[in-house]
Design a protein around this ligand. Structure first.
Ligand SMILES: Nc1ncnc2c1ncn2[C@@H]1O[C@H](COP(=O)(O)OP(=O)(O)OP(=O)(O)O)[C@@H](O)[C@H]1O
Ligand SMILES: [Mg+2]
Length: 354
């Protein structure tokens, strides 16, 4: 419920053995799909569409789970299961331990209104409502009184950088500003779970980066659980604590950005990661060697990206730096050469899929 205080913290999401087969008799084809029938064969032979296949995904509370994949890979289908806009053919979706699929109508309505919020690619603002009236919309549905909801709305409008635009209508705003309204509206719900389906995909690159920064800044404070869908790997790596990559309804790889960039599971993923700015994804730990170098005057922190480490060494005109852990103790050292090599490496290696 929205109140004067802002709730922080999210809920965990647990998706288990999820299958979605679109068509009148989806159930009838589960066994065949489990036995390996391809999406194409299912369509050609049985006129059913494989939406999702055997999805297992655990998202810890307070983290950003990115789901990435090409058009038609099942991203929207997956996120729409989380608030049960779609019912699974088989499988379970647990949010904060509650089985979303077992909820009756009333419980589901309560869950959607108070425990989830969505941000859409096409903003989905109400055109005849002003900015503030759009932002309070969810709170109206929650039955929050006007004074409280106006106060909450003002706060979120300010937080997304739109103070002064409260009384404008959506068509008076740029796309980036409209999506700030969409974000403020979702945040005003004060729900622990934020579902964002290609929320930034319609924005120009620079505006899109701005919005990513806004989201990351807010998340540092709010620590909600965010499921963020994108088809852009740079966005996925920047935002995601973990990234799941879908193809034809299946999770092909799931892990941290660094894990995926360093060890793409197959050629499909390798094609995605080829163009990535590795220096901003890979951490110094990947090139760190044990022991301290007594002569090194440069010190960098664990968890730093390669690019920042290289910059620190280059600024100080040195080619070695000691790496410190959380308590300031030296945990190893890195060399400039290895750091730069890891940044530019066009790695052709890939481990075949298990
Ligand atoms: N209601 C439906 N009925 C039949 N097939 C569907 C339905 N919804 C989705 N599909 C199919 O399921 C697959 C996954 O679609 P989905 O919309 O989840 O993909 P997506 O990854 O979100 O794609 P995009 O990037 O284009 O949004 C596609 O083959 C799509 O045609
Ligand atoms: Mg989609």
């Amino acid at each position: 419920m929205a109140t004067d205080t802002v709730t922080t913290g999210g809920v965990d999401i647990e998706i288990r053995g999820l299958y979605k087969i679109f068509g009148p008799r989806g159930q009838d084809h589960v066994e065949a799909v489990k036995a390996g029938m391809s999406k194409q064969e299912l369509l050609e032979r049985h006129g059913h569409v494989l939406g999702l296949k055997d999805i297992d995904l655990s998202t810890p509370a307070g983290s950003i789970q990115v789901v990435m994949g090409l058009s038609g890979s099942g991203k929207s289908t997956l996120i729409r299961h989380i608030n049960r806009l779609i019912d699974p053919t088989v499988g379970e979706v647990l949010v904060g331990g509650d089985d979303v699929c077992a909820m009756n109508r009333a419980a589901l309505r309560e869950f959607r209104r108070n425990r989830t919020a969505m941000v859409f690619q096409k903003f989905a603002l109400l055109p005849h409502r002003t900015v503030i009236d759009n932002v309070v919309y969810g709170l109206e549905l929650q039955g929050v009184d006007k004074a409280t909801r106006d106060k909450a709305a003002h706060r979120w409008i300010e937080r997304v950088g739109l103070a002064g635009f409260e009384d404008n209508y959506p068509n008076q705003l740029s796309g980036g500003m409209q999506q700030r309204v969409g974000l403020a509206r979702a945040l005003a719900n004060d729900s622990p779970l934020l579902l964002m389906d290609e929320a930034f995909s319609a924005l120009d690159p620079l505006i899109r980066m701005d919005m990513q920064s806004v989201l990351l800044d807010l998340q540092r404070e709010l620590k909600k659980t965010i499921v963020f869908i994108t088809h852009d790997l740079d966005e996925a790596l920047r935002l995601g604590d973990r990234v799941a990559i879908l193809r034809d309804g299946e999770v092909i790889q799931e892990g941290t950005g660094q894990e995926i960039v360093l060890n793409p599971a197959d050629e499909y993923i390798q094609n995605f990661v080829k163009e990535v700015n590795r220096g901003r994804v890979i951490l110094v730990e990947s090139v760190m060697r044990p022991g301290a170098i007594a002569a090194a005057s440069t010190v960098i922190g664990q968890g730093m990206h390669l690019e920042s480490a290289a910059r620190a060494m280059s600024t100080e005109g040195t080619d070695v730096a000691n790496v410190t852990g959380a308590n300031g103790e030296i945990v190893g050292h890195v060399m400039m050469g290895a750091t730069v090599a890891a940044m530019v490496e066009q790695d052709n290696r890939h481990t075949p899929m298990a």
